[in-house]
Design a protein around this ligand. Structure first.
Ligand SMILES: NC(=O)c1ccc[n+]([C@@H]2O[C@H](COP(=O)([O-])OP(=O)(O)OC[C@H]3O[C@@H](n4cnc5c(N)ncnc54)[C@H](OP(=O)(O)O)[C@@H]3O)[C@@H](O)[C@H]2O)c1
Length: 247
């Protein structure tokens, strides 16, 4: 693990149904958002230095986590950045398939960082030895999210986009490690208690007496984007953006 530095600006990104589900209980991935919003998410990815998902999301959804737009890829390259942000995951079991798109999509051009609980590090190193541009990082036992984000900052990650799933979003919010929440509401209901929700049970810093600050509510075709500002940093950025817009 590297030395201490400030943690990255953390953006949580999630799409959920009107009743708060982020998937259904079927084996197929549930499409919650629409093309226009997928494009917005692509734009957010292009702004990030790294994108993080939980190990279950890799096993279940097999996401590629790349910037799709050629224009955004070129713009990143012009800024001296790789075409897509680094990919990051967290695992206690180390049970990850080197053939998953997380490891293969983007090949050696895209850095992959696997934060692994100490007992599973050796097995993960063996399993992922052929995965391109992949580092397995011993993140302690039990693995601590503060350690993860601090290490990411030390590796030059200044903006981290966290794309789920439930377990990961719950921990980032409960630990007060998120600066911004970008929550998209899809216009339908899932209604299946066996399906995962946006967050699980936890003690969060926000309750009826401590309300989040809504930074933006935007209609995107048939979905709504709610952008909540969760930290002093996020509120400061919004103020600066407002002042610039106001001249
Ligand atoms: N709608 C959306 O925007 C969206 C986005 C992403 C995902 N999803 C959905 O979310 C669901 C998956 O969510 P999930 O809650 O089951 O899983 P998850 O959050 O994707 O991943 C949980 C896994 O991450 C690892 N992990 C998390 N915190 C850890 C810690 N502190 N220490 C060590 N390992 C840790 C563990 O992996 P190991 O098991 O390997 O130890 C754990 O089982 C899927 O249905 C997916 O479709 C929806």
């Amino acid at each position: 693990m590297r030395g201490v530095s400030e943690r990255p600006y953390v953006v949580l990104s999630c799409a959920m149904s009107l009743d708060g589900y982020i998937d259904d209980a079927s084996p197929n991935r549930l499409i919650l958002s629409n093309e226009a919003d997928f494009d917005r998410v692509d734009g957010q990815r292009a702004l990030a230095d790294a994108v993080l998902v939980g190990a279950t999301t890799i096993r279940r959804d097999n996401p590629r986590l790349l910037v799709r737009s050629p224009d955004r890829q070129s713009a990143r390259q012009e800024r001296g950045l790789p075409v897509s942000p680094a990919k990051v995951t967290i695992t206690a079991s180390g049970d990850l398939d080197p053939h998953a798109s997380f490891f293969t999509a983007g090949g050696a051009q895209v850095r992959k960082l696997v934060y692994c609980a100490s007992p599973a590090v050796r097995a993960a190193q063996d399993r992922l030895s052929m995965a391109p541009a992949t580092s397995i990082i011993d993140a302690g036992s039990p693995l601590d999210l503060v350690t993860v984000v601090t290490d990411l900052a030390a590796r030059g990650i200044r903006r981290l986009m966290v794309e789920g799933g439930q377990n990961i979003h719950t921990q980032f919010l409960a630990a007060g490690l998120a600066d911004e929440l970008q929550l998209v509401i899809a216009p339908f209901l899932v209604g299946d208690p066996g399906a995962p929700r946006f967050v699980g049970a936890a003690t969060f810093p926000w309750d009826s007496g401590h309300r989040m600050t809504l930074g933006e509510a935007r209609r995107i075709d048939d979905v709504v984007l709610l952008r909540y500002l969760l930290s002093a940093r996020a509120l400061g950025e919004q103020q600066v953006a407002g002042q610039l817009a106001g001249g």
